[in-house]
Design a protein around this ligand. Structure first.
Ligand code: B12
Ligand code: SF4
Length: 504
C-alpha cells in the first residue's frame, strides 16, 4: 500500500514513527511538505503568497497515486488540513485519514468534515498499520480500535486501545521523509518519553490522561537508555548532527534514568544537547550530571510570575522561591536557560502580568519566550472559560476550527482579560529581561506592533538556539521551495542509505 503523508511547517516525529512502522511492514510511504513560510511564530502573509506551493502539492499527490492520504493535525494546522483535504477531494478519489491531537480532542467536530473519511484517536502506530493491512487485503476492518470511519453516511466510532507500553518495541522514526525537505540539518529531535505526570490546566495532558486511561497501563512511559543511545548512534552515522534536542515534555522526570543516561551518553554520543525541564525537577546533583554530559541549555516553564495565577488558574503547584532556586542551580552548574511564559490568562490582571516580568527580572534567564494564552480545546482552562462564559460560543467555534492556534498571537477574545497589556508584555518581557536597565525607559516607549515584536526575536532564546532555528527555517524554506519549483520528478529520490533508517 502507498501511504502519502501531508504536513506543514516543521518536522513531525509522530509522522516519522507512523512511516517507519508502515515501511517495516513492507508498505511504501511518502511525504508532501509545505514549509508554510514562517506561519507559526510570525505570519508573513506576503511571503506565503509568493511561495504558495498548494497547486504543486496537489499535482504531486496525484502523480504519486497513493492508496491513502494521511494528515497529522495539531489545532493550529486544522484550517490547512481542511483546505488541503478539500482540494485533494476535488481532483482525486482517495481516502483521507486525519490523526494527531486535534481529532483526538475533538473527534465529533473533525469527523463531520465532509472531506475527511477517517480519524485516528490517540496513538497511531498499531491502528494505522492494522487499517492499512486490512485495506490491502481488500476487506477494511471497520472495527479497528482508535479509528472512526464513515460508512454509508454513518459514523463508526470505535473505542480507543491502551497506550503502547514498551516504547522500545517501536522502530526508530523515519527521518528521511523530512530530511529531503531540509527540515533539519545539524540538530536532531528525539523523544525518550511519552506522557507527563503533571496536570496543568492549560495543557492537553490532563484530558489525554483521562481519555486513554486503562487500569494497569502507565500513562508516562520511557524508552530504555540503550534504545535511545542506539537511535542517536544510528542518526549520527546518517546525518551530520552537531546537537540533540530532547523534546520530551519533561526530560528530567526520572533521576535514576537520567543518572544512567548521562554516563552512557557522554561516552557514546558526546554531543551538546537541549531539553525541557520542570522547575520541580531541577536538582543540583542531576543538573551537574546533565551539564557534564553536554547539556548546554534548557527551556523551563515559569508560565506566570504570580503564585496565585499559577496555583489557582494554571494548576502549577510551586512557589516563586522554587523557581528562583531552580534558576540559581542552573546558573551555578552553568546550564543556560530560557523561560516559557504566558500572558493574557483568564482572570489575570495587568498587575499579575507584570509580576511575570518581575519574576523573570529576578532570575535573569538567558532568554524569555512569551505567548498569549490560547484555550486549546478540551483543556481544563478552556472548559473553565466556557463554563464561566469568558469565551463566547463564536470564539469557541474559532478554537475548534484551529484559528489562531499558533499561540504567540492568539486571536481568541477572553472576556475581562486585558489583551492590550498582554500584547505589551508579550514584547516587553523578552526585551526587558535581557537588556541593561538604562535602556528600559527607551524600550518601554517603543510602539507595540509587529515590527517591535520582530525586534524582540533575538531575546527569546540564547544566540546558539536562535542561530540553529534561523538556519533550520531558512534551509527548510529554501530546500522545500527549490524542490517544488525546480524538481521535475516525484517522488523525490531517496537514497538507499536514508531509506534504511525506517526499517531499523
Ligand atoms: C516536539 C514538539 C514540537 C516540535 C516538533 C519537532 C519535531 N521534530 O517533531 C516543534 C518545536 C516544531 C513544535 C511546534 C509546534 N507545537 Co509542539 N509540541 C511538541 C511536543 C513536545 C512533542 C510532539 C511529539 O513529537 N510527540 C510524540 C509523537 C509520537 O506524538 P504525536 O505527534 O501526537 O503522534 C502520535 C499520535 O497523535 C498519532 N498521530 C499523529 N498524527 C497522526 C496521523 C495519522 C494519520 C494517524 C493515524 C495517527 C496520528 O500517532 C502518533 C504516534 O503514536 C508536543 C507535546 C507532546 N508531548 O506531544 C507539543 C505540542 C504538540 N505542540 C503544540 C503546539 C501548540 C505547537 C505550535 C503551534 C507552537 C508554536 N506556536 O510554535 C507549533 C506547531 C508546529 C506546526 N507544524 O504547525 C501543542 C499542541 C496543542 C494542540 N491542541 O494542538 C503541544 C501538545 C504542546 C502543549 N502541551 O500544548 N512542537
Ligand atoms: S508540565 Fe508541561 S507537559 Fe506536563 S502537564 Fe504541565 S504543561 Fe503539560
Amino acid at each position: 500500500m502507498k501511504v502519502l503523508f501531508f504536513h506543514r511547517n516543521a518536522e513531525w516525529i509522530g509522522i516519522e514513527y507512523l512511516s517507519s512502522i508502515l515501511k517495516k511492514a513492507g508498505h511504501e510511504t511518502e511525504l508532501i511538505f509545505d514549509p508554510g513560510a514562517g506561519d507559526v511564530e510570525y505570519k508573513f502573509r506576503f511571503i506565503e503568497k509568493i511561495f504558495d506551493v498548494t497547486e504543486k502539492m496537489i499535482k504531486m499527490a496525484k502523480a504519486y497515486k497513493p492508496d491513502l492520504i494521511a494528515f497529522s493535525c495539531l489545532t493550529n494546522l486544522y484550517p490547512w488540513v481542511n483546505k488541503m483535504s478539500r482540494l485533494i477531494k476535488e481532483v482525486m478519489d482517495v481516502p483521507i485519514i486525519v490523526g494527531g491531537l486535534h481529532p483526538t480532542l475533538l473527534p465529533e467536530y473533525v469527523i463531520k468534515n465532509p472531506y475527511i473519511d477517517m480519524i485516528c484517536i490517540g496513538e497511531g502506530e498499531e491502528a494505522l498499520l492494522e487499517l492499512v493491512e486490512s485495506m490491502q487485503s481488500g476487506c477494511i476492518n471497520y472495527s479497528t480500535k482508535n479509528i472512526w470511519f464513515k460508512r454509508n453516511g454513518e459514523v463508526i466510532r470505535n473505542p480507543v486501545r491502551p497506550l503502547i507500553q514498551n516504547l522500545d518495541s517501536l522502530p526508530f522514526p523515519d527521518k528521511s521523509l523530512f530530511r529531503k525537505y531540509g527540515c533539519f540539518s545539524e540538530r536532531i529531535y528525539v523523544m525518550t518519553t511519552r506522557g507527563c505526570p503533571y496536570q496543568c490546566s492549560y495543557c492537553y495532558n490532563s484530558y489525554y490522561k483521562k481519555l486513554l486511561n486503562f487500569p494497569g497501563f502507565s500513562y508516562l512511559r520511557r524508552r530504555s537508555v540503550r534504545n535511545v543511545i542506539d537511535e542517536l548512534k544510528f542518526f549520527k552515522s546518517q546525518y551530520p548532527i552537531r546537537e540533540v534536542f530532547f523534546c520530551d515534555d519533561i526530560f528530567t522526570i526520572d533521576d535514576k534514568w537520567i543518572k544512567n543516561f548521562c554516563i552512557i551518553y557522554k561516552k557514546e554520543i558526546n554531543l551538546p544537547f537541549k531539553a525541557f525541564v520542570h522547575p520541580k525537577t531541577v536538582k543540583r546533583e542531576i543538573m551537574k550530571l546533565l551539564k557534564d554530559a553536554g547539556c548546554i541549555y534548557v527551556d523551563i516553564g515559569i508560565e506566570s510570575g504570580s503564585e496565585e495565577v499559577r496555583r489557582k488558574i494554571l494548576k502549577r503547584h510551586m512557589s516563586n522561591q522554587d523557581i528562583i532556586n531552580a534558576a540559581k542551580i542552573l546558573k551555578e552548574v552553568g546550564i543556560k536557560f530560557c523561560t516559557l511564559n504566558m500572558v493574557g490568562l483568564p482572570t489575570e490582571t495587568a498587575q499579575q502580568m507584570r509580576e511575570t516580568y518581575e519574576l523573570n527580572k529576578i532570575i535573569k534567564p538567558d532568554g524569555a519566550i512569551v505567548s498569549i494564552f490560547y484555550p486549546y480545546p478540551k483543556t481544563e482552562l478552556a472548559d473553565f472559560c466556557l463554563e464561566n462564559k469568558l469565551i463566547a460560543p463564536e470564539e469557541y467555534e474559532k478554537i475548534c476550527n484551529g484559528e489562531g492556534g499558533g499561540y504567540k498571537d492568539s486571536c481568541i477574545i477572553i472576556k475581562n482579560t486585558d489583551l492590550k497589556e498582554a500584547k505589551r508584555q508579550l514584547i516587553l518581557i523578552p526585551f526587558l529581561t535581557r537588556t541593561p536597565a538604562f535602556l528600559h525607559p527607551i524600550i518601554k516607549a517603543l510602539p507595540i506592533n509587529n515590527f517591535t515584536r520582530i525586534l524582540s526575536i533575538p531575546f527569546l532564546s540564547i544566540p546558539r538556539n536562535n542561530y540553529i532555528r534561523t538556519k533550520e527555517s531558512l534551509t527548510m524554506f529554501m530546500k522545500s521551495n527549490f524542490l517544488y519549483f525546480f524538481s521535475k520528478k516525484f517522488p523525490f529520490n531517496i537514497s538507499d542509505k536514508e531509506q534504511s533508517c525506517a526499517t531499523k
